[in-house]
Design a protein around this ligand. Structure first.
Ligand code: C2E
Ligand code: MG
Ligand code: MG
Length: 400
């Protein structure tokens, strides 16, 4: 027997919800319509297959709701409904994709019954609701991660950051990998989230900082001076008021200047304890540690990030870099980000540079530095040392 498809509608106009419910019921689906976010979230169960979500609602906006769905790792198919322009819907769709949501399409208000039926027919069929090519999600047991920490299986690969004006390597970004004894090298997207869930992320963070500081000394750019070190941290893990002091005393212990360290901050849309986070970030800056807003442009609220984080650097997300050659819209956004960063006195770096053309555009737009496969993939320390040697000799040839 075919399982009944469960549809959830949220729209502040109750007649829209009723209209959708009636159509869905008539087609044999089970549909619940609500006008408020609280009821909606209560009604949302893992077996919900399709969500029709209004983007413009007075008590909670649809974007906020999308973020919550992302946090809950919602797997239902989502159709965005709204009377706002197509472009706003497209942007919301992109945001939802970044949040890992399964967006199926848009319905522009006012819509006719035929259009609605078409959407339901197309998307509420079980095969249409399978999220795109997702492998089975393996939940890593806590003991396995703890063991990996004890055995020192977390290692760092480093990706060079190059100053466009001079071609010199000015820094490296430390990217953590799990060197698994049987499964080989495991990338961070497969375990960072899980470590956050298990409250192991702080411990991992300190492993990364310690390792990075002890290894960065060997990466020099020709003048014998070590390059700068960037490490990643989720803003949620910046809750320990002792963080700035601990970081600086570790740096001193390793002979690294705090001014040569950048903390790349991700996911800062909604900071839960703003005053505590601000305290930590401000004290880091007072100790001369640099702060970068990672993946700039993809987050929930860019202006809020800029207002809240006393950042010294903006890191343009790779999605912009990769699209800026094809899409005027992305190009303009990258240009404006660079301009705004500079007006705020920040260093602007772009990540994910894979081609000469992308580098050319970023140079034209005045971006300060770049990082990406065009120069080098993230490399193990030894490999980076050799890469730096050949890179420098190539640079010297260009300069001469
Ligand atoms: P991120 O900080 O934005 O790092 C950039 C990611 O893009 C890295 O993936 C890097 O390998 C990749 N990348 C670099 N150049 C290119 C390019 O030219 N093209 C493309 N397509 N990709 C490029 P990776 O190493 O898998 O890291 C993924 C994310 O994991 C990082 O994104 C960061 O958010 C997180 N992460 C990595 N290390 C740590 C860590 O030590 N602590 C925490 N909390 N998060 C980490
Ligand atoms: Mg980063
Ligand atoms: Mg990034």
């Amino acid at each position: 027997m075919k399982a009944i498809q469960k549809i959830l509608v949220i729209d502040d106009e109750s007649d829209v919800g009723e209209f959708v419910s009636a159509a869905a019921d008539a087609m044999g689906f089970k549909c619940t319509a609500t006008t408020d976010a609280k009821t909606f979230l209560e009604a949302l169960t893992p077996d919900t297959t399709l969500i029709l979500l209004d983007l413009l609602m007075p008590d909670m906006d649809g974007i906020e709701l999308l973020r919550l769905l992302g946090e809950r790792k919602c797997k239902a198919g989502i159709v965005l409904v709204s009377g706002v322009g197509k472009r706003v819907m497209e942007t919301a769709g992109q945001l939802a994709q970044v949040l890992g949501l399964n967006i199926l399409g848009h319905l522009q208000k006012p819509f006719r019954l035929a259009e609605l039926e078409e959407v339901l027919k197309q998307h509420a069929a079980p095969e249409a609701l399978q999220p795109a090519k997702q492998g089975p999600q393996i939940v890593i047991p806590k003991e396995e991660l703890q063991q990996a920490i004890e055995r020192g299986e977390f290692v760092l690969h480093y990706q060079p950051q190059i100053e466009i004006a001079t071609g010199r390597v000015i820094g490296v970004e430390a990217l953590v990998r799990w060197q698994h004894p049987e499964r080989g090298l495991i990338f961070p997207d497969n375990f960072i989230g899980r470590m956050e869930e298990l409250n192991l992320i702080d411990e991992l963070g300190w492993i990364v900082v310690n390792r990075g500081m002890s290894e960065v000394g060997q990466f020099t750019n020709g003048d014998g001076k070590a390059v700068m070190l960037s490490v990643n941290a989720s803003v949620y893990s910046l809750h320990d008021l002792k963080f700035p002091d601990t970081l600086v005393s570790l740096a001193e212990g390793h002979g690294v200047s705090p001014a040569d360290i950048t903390i790349e901050i991700t996911e800062s849309g909604l900071i839960k304890e703003l005053s505590r986070t601000l305290d930590i970030l401000t004290r880091l800056r007072m100790k001369r540690v640099k702060l970068s807003i990672d993946d700039f442009g993809t987050g929930y609220a860019m202006m809020q990030q800029l207002r809240n984080i006393p950042a010294t650097e903006l890191k343009i997300d790779k999605s912009f870099v990769q699209e800026m050659g094809n899409s005027q819209r992305y190009r303009i956004m990258a240009q404006k980000t660079i301009e705004m960063g500079h007006e705020l006195g920040m260093h602007v770096i772009a990540e994910g540079v894979e081609t000469k053309e992308q580098l050319g555009l970023l140079r034209e737009d005045g971006c300060d530095s770049v990082q990406g496969y065009y120069f080098s993939r993230p490399l193990a320390p030894k490999a980076l040392v050799s890469w730096l040697e050949t890179y420098r000799s190539k640079l010297a040839v260009c300069a001469g």
